[in-house]
Design a protein around this ligand. Structure first.
Ligand code: NAD
Ligand code: DAU
Length: 354
């Protein structure tokens, strides 16, 4: 298929749909995108999976949640068959770099073996389309200039990014060897509502609200390219429908900032929303030991996605961060359930562990 001929999925299997980006994708699909087909959300509900992210859709007739593991090939194969799945959108992963440094095993199991099991199921259904959601971290770390392009050589530096790179290679190999229809996307750092507070932005917002130290790794001058999560999911939907089969698309936010610049913007927003003095909040910044192997800079060249498919980010970082801070300040129940682990109590009563 060439760019411009739209695919029209009827039955989607979304993996990891209870996580931060997967849940934004499902909310987008069943909301603004007005998707009329079926969505099956396969999620294991690890610590990062939270069905409260999708509470408003629980009764939607188009939507079904299945608690299960992408590594369970029999379950995946059965779902694809029973639900007549024509498209898999693969978000499920272990996603946090610091966790991958402390305990890499789960990253190998979920990100590599899990992707393998999904591909095995996909290759039994010839016309099925597989969209693989990946990261810019597979390209490694940049110096002060330049940006990752789709043809930048892979050079992953953490167990997380190495496991994602391995999964990207599996997807390419299955397309090449078995003729599976695939598209891939490699995206920069996301932020927005419902992000688990282990990642920089929600962690800093919550600590600012509670007057806790803001732990800045190293000198705080590492650069990330920040993208609002709703813009990411719109890009995925665009690629899924109109991207060329077998192609990779980079997705970025034109939002390059040092970590300290991001934290200062968060300080300004929290000060404005709460009336707390900015100088007092700024004093919470605490420089701590650096992350081992910490990538210095990421930047994304997304001109391919822009020129072929016309996608552009809608939110600039200033507006996106203001919206995000307001969302966290107006969602005390979600925060409390995440902080106390109460979002998991619901899980134990409704979905006994397999
Ligand atoms: P997340 O950690 O918030 O969510 C991951 C989800 O996957 C959770 O709901 C979890 O329960 C589920 N999951 C984990 N292991 C599973 C398994 N074995 N079987 C089924 N479900 C399982 O992650 P996220 O930030 O939403 O990231 C989603 C995807 O996007 C990942 O593939 C990640 O690599 C990629 N990505 C993330 C970012 C970012 O900034 N967060 C940027 C680019 C790409
Ligand atoms: O680039 C895309 C990637 O972005 C995704 O693939 C990952 O899933 C996602 O977690 C994210 O990885 P990062 O490591 O860039 O994100 P994190 O929020 O963990 O850290 C962002 C930057 O902030 C990084 O330079 C480390 C720094 N940091 C992070 C935390 C949690 C701190 O200085 N202090 C902190 O407490």
């Amino acid at each position: 298929m060439s760019a411009g001929d739209a695919r029209s999925p009827r039955s989607l299997l979304v993996t990891g749909g209870a996580g931060f980006i997967g849940s934004a994708f499902i909310r987008y699909l069943l909301g603004p995108a007005a998707f009329a087909g079926r969505v099956t959300n396969l999620d294991l509900l690890t610590y990062a999976g939270n069905l409260e992210n999708l509470a408003a859709l629980a009764a939607d007739a188009r939507y079904r949640f299945v608690r299960g593991d992408i590594r369970d090939g029999e379950l995946v194969g059965r779902l694809v068959e029973e639900r007549e799945v024509d498209t898999i959108v693969h978000f499920a992963a272990e996603s946090h770099v610091d966790r991958s440094i402390v305990a890499p095993g789960a990253f190998i199991d979920t990100n590599i073996v899990g992707t393998f099991q999904l591909l095995e199921a996909a290759r039994r259904v010839p016309a099925l389309h597989f969209h693989h959601v990946s990261t810019d971290e597979v390209f490694g770390s940049l110096g002060p200039t330049g940006a990752f392009r789709e043809d930048t050589p892979y050079s992953p530096n953490s167990p997380y990014s190495a496991s994602k790179a391995a999964s990207d290679h599996l997807v390419r190999a299955y397309a090449h060897t078995y003729g599976i229809n695939v598209t891939l996307s490699n995206c920069s750092n996301n932020y927005g509502p419902y992000q688990f507070p282990e990642k920089l932005i929600p962690l800093m917002i919550m600590n600012l609200c509670e007057g806790k130290p803001l732990p800045v790794y190293g000198d705080g001058l590492n650069v990330r390219d920040w993208l609002y999560v709703d813009d990411h999911v719109e890009a995925i939907w665009t690629i899924l429908r109109r991207g060329r089969a077998g192609e990779t698309y980079n997705i970025g936010g034109e939002g390059e900032r040092t970590n300290l610049e991001v934290i200062r913007l968060l300080v300004a927003n929290v000060a404005r929303e709460t009336g707390k003095p900015a100088a007092e909040l700024e004093r919470l910044v605490t420089f701590v030991k650096d992350r081992p192997g910490h990538d210095r800079r990421y930047a994304i060249d997304f001109s391919k996605l822009k020129s072929e498919l016309g996608w552009l980010p809608r939110h600039d970082l200033e507006r996106g961060l203001a919206d995000t801070v307001r969302w966290y300040l107006s969602s005390p129940e979600w925060i409390e359930h995440v902080r106390t682990g109460a979002y998991r109590a619901w899980l134990e009563t409704n979905y006994a562990a397999r």
